[in-house]
Design a protein. Structure first.
Length: 298
């Protein structure tokens, strides 16, 4: 079964940017796009449908979905797009839609909370429990932002794509993370920037130069071993290995400069409550302007 790229819409500038990014990604992947607008206020068939307090917001909801559909159909005529209003709260609607999605795309305010389709702690709790990759897109993101500037420094959609950056943790499962990152780089014919943050454990005290060199060389060997099968699987992807000393949250924010897409893993949550997505994801969502892909892993 072909999984669509699914995007949550509510008419905000964040969700509209997410829809446009999702349309481009669906075209790159040869997949259909599904637009979803969730609103619990939709009436049951024939039930109180003529009440003014129902008709006005219902009309607005339909206009949001129809407006986005018209724009995307005109902008991307070769893309198959479906659109649906769902009578459900946004959080549960996203979780249900994600089950059959290749990617779930939503708008991000970039302040540690998610805007557009949802907002605040409810949003991050939903993102933390989605079992498929989730892409968070800021308002204002356009096709030219994915590409390098042209020779005169102007934005262009005809230049090569910017790097895809993936954050790896050598000590954690990351097959799904690397597979998505290599695939994204392959689709864009872009370099893949693999970034790993290493540091000396505090229990060792203050290390000397020789000890720090040894730890870095060990990290380099581990990273090369981790990437070897993925280089073989994706021989056309040019890989840059970047190792930086420091805590991951700080290192990755600095290292993300110039990238067009960031990919990182997040541990699956088995509890039904809570919105914690981890300090690294929180830092990237807070400080990085480009789209961020969160890939769940055990």
């Amino acid at each position: 079964m072909t999984r669509p790229v699914v995007v949550g819409l509510d008419g905000s500038k964040e969700s509209l940017a997410a829809a446009d990014w999702a349309a481009r990604e669906a075209l790159r992947r040869g997949l259909p796009l599904r637009l979803v607008h969730a609103w619990e206020g939709l009436p049951d068939d024939g039930t109180d449908a003529d009440l003014p307090e129902i008709r006005a917001p219902q009309y607005l909801a339909r206009r949001v979905l129809r407006g986005a559909l018209d724009v995307l159909n005109e902008r991307y005529p070769g893309l198959y797009i479906a659109a649906e209003q769902v009578r459900r709260q946004p959080g549960p609607a996203l979780l249900a839609e994600a089950e059959n999605a290749e990617l779930l795309v939503i708008g991000s305010q970039g302040t540690g909370s998610v805007g557009g389709f949802m907002s605040g702690s409810v949003a991050m709790a939903t993102v933390a429990h989605v079992d498929r990759p989730v892409v968070l897109v800021r308002a204002g993101e356009t096709a030219t932002d994915e590409h390098l500037p042209d020779g005169s420094g102007k934005a262009s959609a005809d230049t090569p794509y910017r790097d895809v950056m993936v954050a790896v943790d050598i000590g954690a499962p990351c097959d799904d993370v690397l597979d998505l990152a290599f695939r994204a780089a392959e689709l864009r014919r872009a370099p893949l920037r693999v970034t790993y943050a290493w540091h000396v454990p505090l229990t060792r005290g203050v290390p000397g130069v020789a000890e720090r060199t040894r730890i870095r060389e060990e990290a380099e060997r581990s990273l090369q071993g981790l990437l070897a099968p993925w280089r073989a699987k994706y021989p056309g992807v040019f890989v840059r290995e970047n190792l930086h000393e420091g805590r991951a949250a700080h290192v990755l924010v600095r290292a993300a400069g110039g990238a067009g897409l960031l990919v990182l893993g997040r541990r699956r949550r088995r509890t039904a409550v809570g919105s914690h997505t981890g300090p690294v994801a929180h830092a990237l969502l807070h400080h990085v302007a480009r789209p961020v892909v969160l890939v769940p892993h055990d």
